[in-house]
Design a protein around this ligand. Structure first.
Ligand SMILES: *[C@@H]1O[C@H](CO)[C@@H](O)[C@H](O)[C@H]1NC(C)=O
Ligand SMILES: *[C@@H]1O[C@H](CO)[C@@H](O)[C@H](O)[C@H]1NC(C)=O
Ligand SMILES: *[C@@H]1O[C@H](CO)[C@@H](O)[C@H](O)[C@H]1NC(C)=O
Length: 395
């Protein structure tokens, strides 16, 4: 092949350089044009009876947070003939709209005329109990759901959207997702700034707690197992199988399968660690969400986890003596049920650091610790978490 003249080579270089400059300009303009989300979004992802109401309150009472508890309750209630899998997309779309403070999405689920109190568990949202949604309290008050319900019910529905738009953080708690994949589009959505807190609890404690409220959970249980017919005895295990499977999937997707750029959007939290170290763990959650842990909130968290001030009676979250409460299943659950459940949830328990019991003696002997510290949170918590934990162990 003939050698190119110096002039030709020079020309090519100049053209390539021009193309590069043009591309870079275009690219930076694109970046500039991309709308930056004005708000931060946090999804508390959990399952029933796993302490998510308590974690929800930790966020709801923060004066920078607009919080809603389980907004997808409306989706499942309206379309209860379907399976969880079929409803995933409708639930996701609802979550996306609520994060964007677009409450028109409830038109599909709540008939008019309606007011603020048509929203499921609205009174657990401090933001819906203070201005502009209700004038009976201040935004910085710690507000119990009972006093809120009494004083703040009769406000127009439009107040929900109006209030939402005045906060820097929108936090939703949801129990109706069974994998993380369905949420990838929200994690990539440039109009959202989404972080996910994955809250888990010992399946044996969950099982025990579910037995006490099986009637309340009946409809959700049917949807969770996709209306498969099972015997009465078998159904609780079928539900737990789905729940445990979902925690394995969410954990694996969140800690391994997410693209690198999205990996800092996922945080796993065990309810038991939160009850052991409430202040340190709350600090970690707030830091992850980009919220200040003010002295006032620190005093409140200390109070509610030590049975003072607005405590369990007000939030019925069982935070007081939470350590003992967390162990109730060891006294109450028959060993035969435990072994059956451990078979169903073995993978999740091993992954999340809940030790199996192999005898009734170990079950009842409270000095046998069933919480695996070493196995917990291989990536994220080894760095920040463990130091936070050890610094709190003295308090
Ligand atoms: C608004 O809420 C109150 C209290 O919850 C209820 O009694 C009333 O009927 C509601 N009004 C409308 C229009 O839905
Ligand atoms: C914590 O409890 C103390 C003692 O009951 C009370 O005086 C204080 O106001 C409480 N603080 C908060 C923030 O709940
Ligand atoms: C309870 O477990 C501890 C620690 O494994 C053991 O030392 C102790 O003997 C056990 N107590 C009983 C009553 O089995």
């Amino acid at each position: 092949m003939a050698k190119r003249s110096t002039l030709e080579v020079l020309l090519i270089v100049v053209i390539q350089a021009a193309a590069l400059v043009y591309f870079l300009q275009l690219h930076s303009r694109n970046i500039q044009q991309e709308p930056k989300p004005a708000q931060a979004h946090v999804l508390i992802l959990s399952s029933w009876r796993s302490g998510s109401s308590f974690v929800g309150q930790l966020f709801s009472q923060h004066p920078d947070v607009f919080y809603l508890m389980e907004p997808a309750w409306h989706v499942w209630g309206t379309m209860h003939q379907n399976s969880a899998k079929v409803l995933h997309m409708a639930v996701r779309d609802l979550i996306r709209s609520v994060f964007q403070c677009d409450m028109s999405v409830f038109d599909a689920y709540i008939v008019k005329p309606r007011n603020k109190s048509a929203i499921f568990q609205w009174e657990t949202s401090r933001a819906l109990c203070s201005p502009p949604a209700c004038t009976s309290f201040h935004r910085s008050d710690i507000i119990s759901k009972y006093s809120c319900k009494t004083l703040c019910g009769r406000y127009p529905f439009g107040k929900v959207e109006e209030a939402c738009k005045t906060y820097s953080h929108v936090v939703l708690k949801e129990v109706r997702f069974f994998n993380l994949r369905v949420l990838y589009p929200l994690l990539r959505d440039p109009s959202l700034n989404l972080k996910i807190i994955h809250l888990v609890r010992d399946p044996r404690a969950v099982f025990c707690s579910r037995e006490n409220v099986a009637g309340d959970l009946a409809r959700d249980s049917r949807i969770a197992v996709g209306h498969r017919s099972t015997s009465r005895d078998e159904e609780p295990y079928a539900v737990m199988r789905e729940i445990c499977k979902s925690h394995v999937a969410i954990y694996q997707e969140g800690s391994q399968a997410l693209p690198r750029a999205l990996q800092d959007r996922y945080l796993l939290v065990r309810y038991e660690d939160l009850t052991h170290y409430p202040l340190a763990k709350t600090a970690q959650l707030y830091q992850f969400a980009g919220l200040d842990f003010t002295p006032h909130l620190q005093a409140w968290v200390h109070n509610i986890t030590h049975g003072k001030g607005l405590g369990i009676q007000t939030f019925d979250t069982g935070a007081r003596n939470a350590m003992q409460v967390a162990q109730v299943w060891r006294k109450n659950l028959p060993y035969a049920k435990i072994t059956r459940l451990q078979e169903v949830c073995k993978e999740a328990m091993e992954l999340l650091g809940y030790k199996l019991v192999w005898s009734e003696e170990d079950q009842k002997n409270m000095t046998v610790d069933l919480l695996d510290v070493e196995q917990l949170l291989p990536k994220q918590d080894r760095k920040g978490g463990t130091t936070a934990l050890s610094s709190a162990s003295g308090s």
